[in-house]
Design a protein around this ligand. Structure first.
Ligand code: PMP
Ligand code: GLN
Length: 386
């Protein structure tokens, strides 16, 4: 294994899902729904397969039906207008979109700022691109993980090439506010930075929180690569359909890298996702309402079990602080390794998403994209810890 990848080992999601299987524990670790997306969308995939649409290589940028549906979604939701032919690219999940964006836009030695804790593929993709990651730590305060804008300002140097943003944020559940995004946009314009923004949880925001795409801010459309995923929005994580929207220059750059990673992927599923994006607004409302109820169930259950809970404003993850439990010396990693045997539940130690591991040590993430009965059983088991 080369030096760029040596530090990464096996992804925590594979490790923890394997532990769930071997111990028979409830898997609230890896973020995947235990209920598949809409029947009508599955039927659309079957029809595409049967009718021979997408069984051979689809076009490099993605099938026209899907690119058009993505552009219509951005326009209807956010008043963002993208040309489906020049400004939309379909990828093998958001994961490929992130990797291809970094490979295309980062020169060896460039600095890439990422909000810490960061989704694990960010660090590996920055490394593959030969970039240097510069973490800016989200810190707890007022019941949420907050971005310190001064720290973000201070992180920018003459070698900063881009900011890799994520809102709604995995694993903390933070949704960046209009004020925070305004500052990020101002900084990007002032220092002439690109921003790659991972917005895969765009439809999972709760209560008063609002998802505002960074590309809608002044001066940002031409310097922002926005990323979405059908895995998250329609609960088909196995289909690996993601997308990029950006200016023609940026899309063309990302496509240059993407064509040598997978060339294309997910042929028949692209047609199905095109239909999914055209589902009525009630689909998105119901999905959000369902996840909000599950968030409340799990957040309240974890509080009752003795955890400090950061109730998320978005995503399907809840981050907790295990300190009050007085277990595993407050070390989230040790806690998660022991949890399947101890309580029959799997969770993810947030420390793996930090460069400053100490800053993340006591935090543990639970996924709530699971059936109500599964969450209830998990809560019952976790209450036995006390
Ligand atoms: N970004 C974030 C923040 C995620 O949580 C995930 C999924 N865990 C991805 C990207 C990857 O998405 P996909 O499955 O579409 O590759
Ligand atoms: N994004 C999912 C999570 O955060 C996992 C994706 C994966 O396993 N690579 O849990």
């Amino acid at each position: 294994l080369n030096r760029r990848l040596a530090e990464f080992g096996t992804t925590i999601f594979a490790e923890m899902s394997a532990l769930a299987v071997s111990t028979g524990a409830i898997n609230l670790g890896q973020g995947f729904p235990d209920t598949d997306g809409p029947e009508a969308v599955r039927e659309a995939a079957v029809r595409a397969l049967r009718d021979g649409r997408g069984n051979q290589y689809p076009p490099g940028p993605g099938v026209p039906e899907l690119r058009t549906a993505i552009a219509e979604h951005q326009l209807a939701r956010y008043a963002l207008s993208y040309d489906p032919d020049r400004e939309v690219l379909v990828t093998a999940g958001a994961t490929e979109a992130i990797a291809a964006s970094l490979l295309a836009l980062v020169e060896p030695g460039d600095e890439v700022i990422a909000l810490e804790p960061y989704y694990d593929s960010y660090a590996a993709s920055i490394a593959l691109a030969g970039g240097t990651r510069v973490p800016v730590t989200l810190r707890p305060g007022d019941g949420r993980f907050r971005l310190d804008l001064d720290e973000l300002h201070d992180a920018v140097t003459d070698r900063t090439r881009l900011i890799l943003l994520n809102t709604p944020h995995n694993p903390t559940g933070t949704v960046l506010t209009r004020a925070e995004l305004t500052e990020i946009a101002r900084l990007a314009v002032e220092r002439d930075l690109l921003v790659v923004t991972d917005e895969v949880y765009e439809h999972l925001v709760f209560d008063d929180a609002e998802h505002i795409p960074l590309a809608t801010f002044p001066g940002m459309r031409e310097r922002t690569v926005s990323i979405g995923s059908a895995g998250k929005t329609f609960s088909f994580t196995g289909w690996k359909v993601g997308w990029v929207t950006a200016s023609p220059e940026l899309v063309s750059a990302v496509r240059s890298a993407k064509q040598f990673l997978t060339y294309v992927a997910s042929g028949p599923f692209q047609y199905a996702v095109a239909e999914a994006l055209a589902l009525p607004g009630s689909y998105f409302d119901d999905f959000r309402a369902d996840m909000r109820a599950k968030r409340d169930l799990l957040s309240e259950g974890l509080t009752a079990a003795g955890f400090d809970v950061y109730r998320p404003a978005g995503t399907y993850f809840v981050t907790t602080d295990i300190t009050p439990l007085g277990l595993a010396d407050g070390d989230g990693f040790a806690f998660c390794r022991a949890l399947p045997e101890r309580a029959g539940v799997v969770a993810i130690p947030n420390a793996v998403f930090y460069d400053h591991r100490d800053a993340g040590a006591p935090f543990v993430r639970f996924a709530f994209c699971k059936k109500t009965a599964v969450l209830e059983e998990a809560v019952t088991r976790l209450k036995s810890l006390a």
